[in-house]
Design a protein around this ligand. Structure first.
Ligand code: FA5
Length: 341
């Protein structure tokens, strides 16, 4: 019996010393101290020991149990410490690693500028009306005082689907459609895509315009000047000035082209404004009486002002873009510059 006790003690010591994980240590605990474990078996075997030796053996076996239990407890503490350290090491965060870039999309510069223009005019009481991109000869030309074979059609040569149906060359048909459906006071903006047989660094076959129309009693060129002056100050900055130059559009009389002081050189003259200090931004004028009458508005009672601007033109001036085609190439490096997040 004594030999057996020594054998169990030695093998328990060796096995506990060499075990590497808390899971294996637990298995070992079951092997020695469990219900059917080796130390438990010794205690159960006490009944076979002669009565006179039982007390002595009982003491030895209990000492063995206490000693092995302590060995297990010490080992368990050591292994838990090691395992905790390994867990910390494997879960450690390297704060020197570069962060993950979150690639967010952004609005296209044309949309940024379009929204800004709409905000500026809506702040002055304008409503937005969007007309169709494919329109008729009547709305694109005739109702705007440009009869068939009128030489002014050449200024806005576009793409025809049939003799009578075409891709609109400007957003001015929005004026006519509004006046046909609404009596003054009218104050609308009509934004959208337009098409022309053009293609160079400052002219694109597809581009965007915004038409503005105000019809009411006593609307004059002074109102147009005040309105556009306020607009350029919102769009560019407080220092930007406007200049009206006489021009010609069949649907306005008088007609003007509106220039602003160059936002790069502030009027001194530079490459952007070709040394003049001024940049043209839009066409405008007082609505021709014929146009009012053709759309059902009494020109003896009401007058109107109208303007039409190219969104690409304003965007190019605002951001110093020299070639209009850059706006349509969808080069991500170019577009990312406008991400203001
Ligand atoms: C017109 O289209 C008139 N409908 C504007 C107007 C409205 C005048 C109401 C009076 C009253 P114009 O052809 O000038 O006008 O074009 C207006 C603007 O569109 C120009 O100032 C220019 O900025 C822009 N634009 C014209 N053609 C192109 C093109 N091919 N590509 C890019 N922008 C263009």
């Amino acid at each position: 019996m004594q030999e057996k006790i020594i054998l169990i003690k030695d093998s328990a010591k060796t096995e506990i010393a060499s075990v590497g994980t808390t899971k294996l240590l637990n298995d070992l605990k079951v092997k020695y101290l469990g219900k059917n474990g080796e130390v438990t078996a010794l205690l159960k075997g006490m009944k076979d020991i002669p009565a006179e030796n039982r007390a002595e053996f009982g003491k030895i076996i209990n000492e063995l149990k206490v000693e092995i239990t302590e060995l297990f407890a010490t080992k368990e503490l050591q292994l838990k410490e090691i395992e905790m350290q390994e867990k910390f090491n494997s879960e450690a965060i390297d704060i020197t690693l570069p962060g993950k870039v979150n690639n967010c999309g952004s609005l296209h510069p044309l949309n940024i500028v379009k929204n800004k223009i709409i905000d500026a005019f809506c702040g002055m009481g304008f409503e937005v009306f969007e007309g169709p991109e494919i329109d008729t000869d009547y709305y694109c030309f005739q109702a705007l005082n440009i009869p068939k074979d009128h030489p002014a059609r050449d200024m806005q040569d576009t793409f025809y689907i049939t003799d009578n149906v075409l891709l609109r060359p400007h957003t001015s048909p929005g004026q006519v459609r509004t006046m046909e459906n609404k009596q003054p006071p009218i104050k609308i903006l009509s934004p959208g895509r337009v098409y022309r047989a053009d293609d160079d660094a400052s002219h694109s076959p597809m581009f965007h315009q915004i038409e503005g129309l105000v019809v009411d009693k006593g609307v004059s060129l002074c109102d147009l000047q005040g309105l556009l002056d306020e607009f350029v100050k919102i769009m560019f900055d407080e220092q930007t000035k406007t200049r009206f130059r006489p021009s010609y559009f069949p649907f306005t009389e008088p007609s003007v082209e509106v220039d602003v002081t160059c936002c790069k050189c502030h009027g001194a003259g530079c490459s952007l404004c070709k040394g003049t200090g001024w940049i043209e931004i839009l066409g405008a004028g007082i609505v021709n009486k014929n146009v009012l009458e053709m759309s059902g508005i009494d020109s003896n009672v009401y007058s109107g002002l109208a303007f039409g601007l190219g969104i690409e033109r304003i965007t190019m001036i605002k951001y110093g873009i020299s070639d209009i085609r850059t706006l349509f190439e969808n080069n991500v490096k170019f577009l990312k510059q406008f991400n203001r997040r």
